[in-house]
Design a protein around this ligand. Structure first.
Ligand SMILES: [Zn+2]
Length: 110
């Protein structure tokens, strides 16, 4: 939790790389191709949905009498921020698998 270390050399990757390049992270030390693990992605999505529900529920009292779309906008913004926070909280990286599907596609290579 909260580590974002390379699974091969245990060097910590910056948090900006984990958020901006979720599927194409490169280890700063060994240059290994990394990505967010499946657990991190599911945990982040679940946290974002929970944050959106919380913003919708809390916004019902705060934004009562405002424009009707204000709680919806608050829920969307809360999804973005809370899912990013949960991705950083999980912070588990995995080695990116090589694209084996492209090699097995039924095209003859020349
Ligand atoms: Zn590494």
């Amino acid at each position: 939790m909260w580590k974002r270390t390379c699974p091969l050399c245990f060097v910590r990757t910056p948090w900006t790389a984990a958020l901006a390049h979720s599927y194409e992270i490169t280890c700063p030390a060994c240059r290994a191709p990394l990505e967010l693990s499946r657990f991190t992605r599911i945990f982040g999505a679940f946290g974002g949905i929970a944050g959106a529900f919380a913003a919708l529920y809390l916004g019902r009292g705060i934004f009562h009498g405002w424009f009707w779309a204000t709680p919806v906008v608050a829920a969307i913004l809360a999804f973005g921020f809370v899912s990013a926070l949960f991705v950083l909280l999980a912070g588990d990286l995995a080695v990116r698998p090589t694209p084996a599907a492209a090699a097995s596609f039924p095209h003859t290579a020349k």
